[in-house]
Design a protein around this ligand. Structure first.
Ligand SMILES: Cc1cc2nc3c(=O)[nH]c(=O)nc-3n(C[C@H](O)[C@H](O)[C@H](O)COP(=O)(O)OP(=O)(O)OC[C@H]3O[C@@H](n4cnc5c(N)ncnc54)[C@H](O)[C@@H]3O)c2cc1C
Ligand code: SF4
Ligand code: SF4
Length: 421
């Protein structure tokens, strides 16, 4: 089994649910694993959910299990704020170049928060998709793993940076920390860089940039979250009015040859889930869902049937063609066609959510080696390079449960890849 050139280490790129699953599965099978994540924390987009379907449990249920397994495993080495700059070699013996950006905070951090208290500079909060501000010395979010503060690059070189350092009793702030680049040898690579939300500004007929009360589905999950920008209150951005009528526009960009030609698979379920967020908060609130078809397959169908039974939720088979915002009232005006009745519609809502689709991260940030992509930038089942394995939403749009299965399968494939050398 293996020659002397084969290294048994497995590299996992991306610490979302797919990547962390692949990492812990491979580590528990006895392999050394290097997990590389570009954010200062693990969990990917799932960490930003309020609840997740179909059970509507907090997303940390699933992530915490992976984090606990990782803490218990001596085989996983984690590099946050890191990316892969280069890959050479072949299956069994790749050489990878990793670049780690400075966090400006070392492992002595106890997450006491005194640096944030001392810091006056605020930045847009990336965890809440810029819907609120956060101090430039910050814990990315309350459940962040690793639990360590970060200094935003914007604060470095300012008086605030020195104030943060002076406030720290643990000598944990290192203002001259520099980026580091190093190489490692690994036997197989699991590419788990996940997905990005489709840019709503590209849907010019929806006037996203001009409508403050038009948000995207990923923002809606943050808006409902207790650690979100409004403490979990579903109020509209322009004036803080509690939302009494919420509209969802399905297939916002997906299933459209001019944008994403494919179905993004999860956005029907995401809107159904988000409908429950508002209905729980306000039993009188109304919801209108404008859809082409509702795609809720297999066991997810029960969830759809349950929402359909709610008389405050209206489903309109339609295509919304234009969205504007009334400057006086802040209401969002949705115009389009009811395709069942073949008639034009115009509906006003307090706020509207665009159910934007999933774009593979590899559409923009390629693997630094010639791998195969499909026409949309996903890396299909066969990456075209032995020893490089695509996983989760990097392969196709999918939900958490499919990503967990895919992560486990990827770990096995990586182990097989090393073993056959
Ligand atoms: C609005 C909405 C709601 C949803 N709600 C649910 C739900 O309730 N239930 C459900 O089952 N599914 C839900 N989903 C789907 C769910 O978000 C995905 O299944 C899940 O995020 C996929 O995990 P992943 O690990 O494949 O990707 P991601 O979550 O995207 O994780 C990828 C990780 O890789 C990192 N990364 C990216 N590029 C690089 C790089 N070059 N180098 C290093 N690291 C990198 C990222 O920072 C991230 O941490 C929802 C999706 C949407 C759009
Ligand atoms: S960097 Fe220092 S002051 Fe800031 S949270 Fe960590 S220990 Fe506390
Ligand atoms: S899952 Fe639903 S909203 Fe998303 S692209 Fe498919 S049909 Fe459209």
């Amino acid at each position: 089994m293996g020659d002397e050139k084969t290294t048994q280490t497995i590299l996992v790129v991306g610490g979302g649910i797919s990547g962390t699953t692949a990492a812990v599965e491979a580590a528990e099978a006895g392999h050394d694993v290097v997990l590389v994540e570009k954010n200062p924390y693990l969990g990917g987009r799932v960490a930003q959910m309020h609840q997740y379907f179909p059970k509507l449990c907090p997303p940390y249920c699933g992530l915490e299990i992976n984090f606990r397994r990782m803490k218990q495993s001596p085989n996983v080495r984690l590099f946050t704020l890191s990316e892969i700059e280069g890959i050479s070699g072949e299956e069994g013996n790749f050489e990878v170049t990793i670049k780690t950006s400075p966090r400006y905070v070392n492992e002595k951090c106890t997450a006491c928060g005194k640096c944030a208290d001392a810091c006056e500079l605020e930045i847009d909060n990336p965890f809440n998709y810029g819907m609120d501000k956060i101090k430039a010395a910050y814990l990315p979010h309350i459940m962040a793993f690793p639990t360590r503060y970060t200094l935003a690059p914007e604060v470095i070189g300012t008086e605030d940076a020195q104030k943060c350092k002076d406030a720290c009793d643990y000598d944990a702030i290192v203002l001259d920390m520099e980026a580091q680049t190093f190489t490692l040898n690994v036997g197989a690579i699991v590419w788990a860089s996940g997905w990005e939300p489709y840019d709503p500004a590209k849907l010019d007929y929806y006037n996203y940039d001009d409508c403050s009360n038009l948000i995207t589905n990923v923002m809606m999950d943050r808006l409902a979250a207790v650690n979100g920008p409004t403490g979990g209150k579903i109020i509209r951005p322009s004036d803080g009015k509690p939302v009494e009528h919420l509209a969802f526009v399905q297939c916002a960009g997906s299933r459209d040859e001019n944008h994403l030609a494919y179905c993004s698979d999860i956005c029907c379920m995401a809107s159904l889930k988000q409908a429950t967020y508002l209905r729980e908060q306000n039993p009188e609130a109304r919801i209108t869902i404008f859809f082409i078809d509702i795609r809720a397959m297999e066991r997810l169908e029960d969830f759809y049937v349950k929402i359909q039974a709610d008389d405050k939720v209206t489903f309109v088979k339609s295509k919304i063609a234009k969205i504007t915002q009334d400057p006086e009232t802040g209401d969002v005006i949705l115009e389009g066609e009811d395709t069942m009745l073949a008639q034009k519609i115009e509906v006003k809502a307090d706020m509207a959510v665009l159910a934007t689709g999933m774009v593979p991260s590899t559409a923009a940030r390629k693997v630094p080696l010639e791998v195969a992509y499909d026409e949309y930038g996903f890396i299909p089942k066969d990456s075209g390079v032995a020893g490089i394995i695509s996983v989760g939403t990097g392969k196709r749009p999918s939900n958490v449960s499919s990503c967990v299965q895919s992560g486990t399968a990827a770990a096995l494939k990586a182990i097989q890849s090393i073993s056959r050398r």
